[in-house]
Design a protein around this ligand. Sequence first.
Ligand SMILES: O=C(CO)[C@H](O)[C@H](O)COP(=O)(O)O
Length: 216
Amino acid sequence: MKLQLALDRLSREECIDFIAKTRDFIDWIEVGTGTIKEHGIRLVRDIKDAYPDKTVVADMKICDSGRHEAEMAFRAGADVVTVMGFAGIETIRQVLESAKENRKRVMVDLLEVTDSGRVRNIYLAGADLFCLHIGKDRQSSGKQHFEDQLHLVGGLDQADLAVAGGIGPDNLPSLRKLGVGIAIVGSYITNSQDPEQAAAGMADALRRSDGQQKHL
Ligand SMILES: O=C(CO)[C@H](O)[C@H](O)COP(=O)(O)O
């Protein structure tokens, strides 16, 4: 299982600092939605230039103007862009087309998606990377679990699976059963007193886990 560091609610300098501290333990770097809104797409470019060997995810959470927004992120050096699973299929198709033309990838964020038929249509449209996601605001209710969302991606045999939202050592064991290829971890690392240790611990635990290893 790979580790994606999510950079949310941070200053530009903090983003750079967290990457420097955790670089040996993380596989993918996510520039969070709010972070892009606050600091601009230029931050994606700066991170990709500094870490050309890392996979950089621009968490654009696209829900309209698919091609325009995807190309903005790819031009800035993003390797992966996110589109919302609840977006119109036309928007999702535009993002997938842009990724194909640019030889990049799309992560479909399934935040608040409940219809597995919709997910299957997105898969049939060419998506091959899906993210089960418990949003920040939902996390506080404590009522949602990744297991409850697993039916959404049942039978999507060729797709890779990521999970995001509240992941830390406590719920790591539950990921083992889900066949997850990539764990997206933000707050557990960025709120830690010792981010380097936190990232090292998560990376070690993820790699030792029984989760199905997928090529990403
Ligand atoms: O995409 C996101 C929010 O929309 C976050 O990057 C992701 O969910 C990480 O969350 P956490 O800080 O709980 O680990």
